[in-house]
Design a protein around this ligand. Structure first.
Ligand code: ADP
Ligand code: MG
Length: 630
């Protein structure tokens, strides 16, 4: 990856100080306010920003009466810096006027953040192809672009908020890189890096867990245990809480010298060597298996959707699920947790979060399938099995035909392996019973709207809406904690109007996040209005639909059209390419629109370049489309 972009033309940086260069020479971007305006335009990635948004972003509550005039001055100075040769009579080509607002026209690769994202995409592609060393290299290239405090030199509420986001993203990439390095057997190499990182971020449990594991694999069990003790002391002292279930489980396993903590055998990207009618011999235990010798190496599927980076609350239920899945249960010994709850309550998010938390417990990988039990076409178990078998390295032409045969082969392939299977959106027990692993090293989670009471051996876990405080925290994480702090009572009214349903809370909070000038209190009458309007049309769940309508109401006509059209295809998700064809837009405009819908929380991005609707929003989008046509 050409991380530094080209030396010709313009380049911009936001991952450290806000800077710009032309042909390698740094440009003078002027005062902090002027830099902040440029930073906002850069982060909006060619999307237009209105003057009001800019004023809110840069000055916040303290906008002077002449802010608009000042803003125009800054814009014209920026234009002069960016296009020095332009005569006053020709139209600007970079910092252009769009309606009453402004947008910065960038071509790909001139902003460091774009290159950063590209590195992450390359890493993801490499990881999917089984090339973990390549994935680690791409992540390192992305991290090399982070040259200091992000957005240094920019001021105002928008920059603060974005800075927090960028810091968090960098941290989570670092953590992923540490995981990869550990998987690659580089434990000795990462110890010192992890010592420095945990010193800077003492409360990040994932880093602490990585350090514990690295010590352990270097034969430094005492240091691993001392790290746990330090972490626990720090968490209790700073936050008054105990370490989370992931860290506690790791501690336990280090104490007992669990052999599965040893580094996995490498390389996993070896070509698959599988005899058709002959299920492989156990690939375990890894510590004795030498690379390239002995048991055949199976691919290690990693099919989980991305975890949300602002996961909130649910501590007790997480602890319960972690315990349940890490201990053998049920008649045939495989732990199965069946999570039920209404749409939008957070079942998928919770299951994915727990699956990532328990990553180390299932070193042979994770299988994921959306069974679409609530759509028009629930997926047949045979097709899910075919997909799982392919993910386990079975060539398509030797996958047997019947359900029973596929299921038997699936189970025998999982024998002696430690995998987690996540079955999302199950319709009923019949749809999942053949998809459950049969051997004790594996575990499964199933989510569904209704209780799967007749699923033999499953432990039933009911997921309810959030506690008011959790909902408030989620609202604050998305909309800005300082706003909730300033208007706590109004914020509580808003999350109550959302029925404490996380899906609704997130949409309303995203709407507020896009409007720096709105107060939290101004949302309350808006929600009431939507409810009244919907009532006249007699729709289903008013609290939730009103929040959808509020989110939808903020969209530009082009975004609203895309939102409605994208709901029409039947599949579980849609690629950026297919969306571009459906919307009849070029790839750049399509991506802008898709990403803006993700920003509004009306669309999800489970993996780079893939987009999907929450099923309730898909229904809403289709109905809105029908009404728009009628
Ligand atoms: N604990 C949580 N923390 C943060 N966001 C959450 C949480 N639970 C749910 N959400 C958000 O709520 C929305 C709906 O959650 P989802 O898991 O898709 O619901 P379900 O699967 O029950 O229909 C998602 O946008 C998700 O990001
Ligand atoms: Mg779901």
């Amino acid at each position: 990856m050409a991380v530094h972009g080209s030396e010709d033309g313009l380049r911009f940086a936001v991952l450290g100080p806000v800077q710009a260069w032309r042909d390698g020479t740094e440009l003078d971007l002027g005062t902090p306010l002027q830099r902040s305006i440029l930073a906002m335009l850069l982060l909006r990635e060619s999307r237009a920003v209105t003057p009001a948004e800019m004023i809110d972003a840069v000055w916040g509550e303290d906008a002077p009466p002449r802010a608009l005039g000042a803003l125009r001055t800054y814009v014209s100075r920026l234009r002069a810096v960016l296009e020095p040769g332009r005569s006053p009579r020709t139209r600007p080509e970079l910092l252009i006027s769009v309606g009453r607002g402004y947008a910065l026209r960038l071509t790909g690769g001139v902003l460091d953040l774009t290159l950063f994202d590209r590195g992450l995409q390359e890493a993801e592609a490499a990881r999917r192809a089984g090339d973990r060393a390549g994935a680690a290299e791409s992540l390192r290239a992305s991290l090399a672009l982070c040259t200091g405090e992000p957005l240094a030199g920019a001021v105002g509420p928008y920059a603060e908020h974005q800075r927090d986001r960028l810091v968090e993203r960098r941290m989570s990439v670092l953590e992923t890189l540490m995981d990869l390095d550990l998987e690659l057997g580089r434990h000795a190499h990462v110890v010192s890096e992890l010592i420095a990182l945990t010193a800077d971020h003492p409360l990040r449990e994932r880093l602490r867990a990585q350090l514990m594991l690295a010590y352990y694999r270097c034969g430094r069990q005492a240091d691993a245990l001392a790290t746990f003790a330090d972490t626990r002391a720090a968490l209790i002292e700073e936050l008054g809480i105990e370490p989370g279930p992931g860290l506690t489980a790791l501690h336990q396993r280090i104490l007992t010298g669990d052999p599965s903590l040893a580094p996995a055998s490498l390389p996993a990207a070896d070509p698959v060597r599988l005899a058709p009618a002959d299920p492989p011999e156990p690939a375990r235990p890894p510590e004795t298996a030498e690379p390239g010798a002995g048991a055949p190496e199976l691919p290690r599927p990693a099919q989980l959707p991305a975890a949300v980076n602002d996961f909130t609350g649910r501590r007790q239920i997480i602890a319960r699920l972690c315990t349940l899945l890490s201990t053998q249960g049920g008649a045939d010994g495989v732990p199965v947790a069946a999570i039920s709850g209404i749409g939008g309550v957070g079942k998928t998010t919770l299951a994915v979060h727990v699956a990532h938390t328990l990553h180390d417990l299932f070193p042979d990988g994770q299988l994921y399938a959306d069974l679409r039990g609530y759509g028009e076409e629930p997926v047949a178990p045979e097709s899910v099995l075919a997909a799982f078998l392919r993910a386990l390295g079975l060539p398509a032409d030797i996958i047997p035909d019947g359900l029973a045969e596929r299921s038997a082969l699936f189970r025998s392939l999982l024998t002696d392996r430690r995998m987690l299977v996540l079955l999302d959106n199950a319709r009923d027990a019949a749809q999942v019973s053949h998809l459950l692993p049969g051997s004790t090293g594996c575990a499964a989670m199933v989510t569904s709207r209704g209780k799967l009471a007749d699923l033999a051996a499953a432990r039933l876990v009911d997921l309810d809406v959030m506690e008011p405080d959790e909902a408030l925290t989620l609202f604050g994480t998305v909309a800005g904690a300082e706003r909730v702090a300033a208007e706590r009572a109004a914020a509580m009214d808003v999350v109550a109007a959302c029925g404490f349903l996380p899906l609704a809370v997130r949409i309303v909070a995203a709407r507020l996040a896009a409007r720096a000038s709105w107060t939290v209190a101004s949302l309350v009458p808006r929600l009431a209005d939507e409810r009244r309007r919907l009532d006249e049309m007699r729709v289903g769940n008013l609290a939730v639909e009103a929040t959808f309508a509020l989110g939808y109401g903020q969209l530009s006509p082009a975004q609203a059209r895309a939102f409605r059209l994208l709901s029409l295809p039947g599949g579980p998700d849609i690629s950026a390419g297919a969306a571009s064809a459906l919307l009849a837009l070029n790839p750049t405009d399509t991506e802008d629109i898709l990403e803006s819908l993700v920003d509004a929380s009306l669309l999800e991005a489970p993996a780079p370049g893939r987009y999907r609707f929450h099923d309730l929003l898909k229904l809403f989008a289709r109905r809105t489309g029908e009404r728009a046509e009628a």
